[in-house]
Structure formats: C-alpha cells, structure tokens
Design a protein around this ligand. Structure first.
Ligand code: ADP
Ligand code: MG
Length: 324
C-alpha cells in the first residue's frame, strides 16, 4: 500500500505502562495499515491493548516506541495535522453534565477552529437523533444518547477517519440500529471507520477488514470473508424423514449431534471431508434426507481458535445448538 492509500499506519508501535512498580507491555510492536475508505474492525479480548492503540491515535496515550502516521501526518512531527484528521469516540462516556448537546458541539467546533459558517451543529444533532434533546443538560441524557453525542462531538471537524472504541456497549437494540445507520452513512460518504468491539457479529456484519489483537500483538489481519474462511470448519444441517433418536453409527466418525429441532448437525472440515461422503453415510443408515443447509463458522469460533491459549484442541462447534 502506498502512503496515499493508507488512512492510518502503525509501525513498530510499543507501549509499556508503569504502575505501582509493575510494568505492563500493552503493545508489543504493532505493524498495521488501515486503508483509506475501509470499515476496519479491531477485535480482541479484554486487556488485549485495543484502547491503548486507539488512545495513542487520539493523542491521549504517549507511545513508548514506533511511528504512527494519520492521513499522511506523523503524530510526532505534525501532531496538529494528525489530530485534525481523526475523530475518536472513547470507550468511557465522559461528558460535561452541565452543557447541552448543542453547546457541547459548538464548544468542540471552537476547539478545532471550525469557523461559524462551516459549522453544521443542527445537521449533526439530527443525524445522531438528538434534535429533541439539543437544549437539554447532558446529565439528563440516557447512556445511548450520551454515546451518540460523543460520536457527534468526534465528527464536528469532519475528520476523514472516525475511530469508535466499543461504541455499542450499553446501548439498547433500537438505538444501536439507529447508531449503525448513521455510521454506515458516514462510511458511504467516504469516512474511514476504525471500530473496536467485542460484539463479533457486529464486526462480521459491518467491517470489510478485521485485525485481531491478543496480549499486545496482532495475530490476524485480513478481509472479513478470508478470516471467516480461514477457520476450516463448517456445519451441515440435515433434516430427515421421521424422528431420529440417536446419531446413526455411520456418522460417529464426524462430530455429529441432534439439534433441538430434530436435525442432524455434522461439523466437518471442508479441506478434509467431502459433503458427498457425509450424505452417503446418512443414506447408508437408511435415512431419507428431506432438507439440507450449511453454515459458515461464526467469527466467534475463529476468534476463539486464533486466540486460544495453550495447546490447540478440537472443540465442538459452539453455535449450532443455539441457531437451530
Ligand atoms: P483493551 O481495550 O483491549 O481491553 P487496554 O488497552 O485497555 O485493553 O489494556 C491493555 C493492557 O494495558 C491491560 O493489561 C491493562 O491493564 C493495561 N493498562 C491499560 N491502561 C493502563 C494504565 N493507564 N496504566 C497501567 N496499565 C494500563
Ligand atoms: Mg478497551
């Protein structure tokens, strides 16, 4: 990727925290390019280093080593240009309780030197669904409204890169939908989005690329579909005529179970097993197949696979029972 295609570039970024005589290596040499226009997901378990990485981009945490370039601006050499190229919605909901949403946005616009005639406070308030609350004290806003106010605040200077750190934690389902509609619109309009989340289905649904970070190191960074495919694990669901009481002997060579809905769920590795052999085994057991479907491994399984600590073991597919 040339510099011009890159929205955010991290090279050899390390962060060591010192606290109470202990040192924590929160980032152990991260190399990462986030392409312009991407909807990029950063996934990792708690304590992986996601917020540290994002707070370095935001200028809130000072890195211990490495270089960071945002929209072509090195954060050490051109901190102001770098800062004006990015809007960050932090994980914590810190909002001044005695300002209204309108005042909050006007103040932020002032901080970033946005001239009055270029401000679009009402437009942004409308986009995040806070028009009715525009004049209310922020302390009267619900958690979901505060989150949306923070997104609005991050967007007042129209940065080309928007960073969202666990944005939907504690936001109810309806507001979450509204929130994603707004973020999707920003993305469609050309904003590069960097999202951290532990809602894996959210990353799978919205992100076109996903990086996985664990204990301060990147362990994967791929287009979402490639990452999903990488886990060599699929499930075939087979409905048969009549009731089945137990897994047919012919299928015990595969990881097979009976779903609560009475279907056979067979987990197989596409690189090693042939669907034809599975179906032949079912027919060979005297069963009549009435319906078939396959499911891709969920991102959650990939994540568990990639970040599993200790020796790797074959665990049963976790999502089958819940989905059927
Ligand atoms: P995540 O956002 O992925 O949950 P964080 O970046 O918050 O991870 O934390 C990464 C590691 O750094 C954790 O071990 C955490 O305890 C530690 N850490 C984070 N912030 C500080 C800090 N201000 N001082 C000391 N350690 C910190
Ligand atoms: Mg975090």
């Amino acid at each position: 990727m040339t510099d011009h295609d890159v929205a955010v570039r991290l090279a050899g970024v390390r962060k060591v925290y010192h606290r109470d005589g202990r040192t924590v290596e929160a980032l152990q040499g991260i190399n990462l390019d986030i392409p312009r226009g991407a909807f990029f997901g950063l996934l990792g378990p708690n304590g992986a280093g996601k917020s540290t990485l994002i707070n370095i981009l935001a200028g809130l945490v000072i890195k211990s080593a490495g270089t960071v370039v945002i929209w072509g601006h090195d954060i050490d050499r051109r901190p102001r240009d770098a800062r004006s190229s990015i809007g960050v919605v932090p994980q914590e909901l810190n909002i001044d309780p005695f300002f209204t949403p309108r005042e909050t946005l006007e103040l932020q616009a002032g901080l970033y030197g946005v001239p009055k005639r270029l401000r679009r406070t009402d437009e942004i308030l409308d986009a995040v669904g806070l028009t009715e609350q525009a004049g209310a004290y922020a302390r009267t806003l619900s958690g979901g409204m505060r989150r949306r106010l923070l997104v609005a605040k991050a967007m007042v200077h129209r940065p080309p890169v928007l960073v969202l750190d666990e944005p939907t934690a504690g936001v109810d389902v309806e507001l979450r939908r509204q929130f994603w509609r707004y973020v999707a619109r920003l993305h469609a309009d050309g904003t590069t989005i960097l999202l951290t989340t532990h809602y894996l289905e959210e990353a799978e649904r919205y992100c076109d690329r996903i990086a996985i970070i664990d204990r301060g190191s990147l362990i994967a960074c791929e287009p979402t579909a490639a990452l999903v495919n990488r886990l060599d694990r699929k499930v075939i669901l087979i409905a048969v005529a009549g009731r089945i009481a137990e897994v047919p002997k012919a299928l015990t060579g595969w990881e097979t179970s009976i779903t609560p809905g009475g279907r056979l769920a067979v987990v197989y590795r596409p690189s090693r097993a042939r669907v034809e052999d599975i179906l032949a085994a079912v027919r060979g057991a005297g069963l009549v197949i009435t319906d078939l479907s396959t499911e891709q491994a969920a991102l959650e399984d990939i994540f568990i696979d990639l970040t599993r600590r200790g020796p790797s073991t074959d665990t049963p597919h976790a999502t089958v029972a819940g989905n059927v």
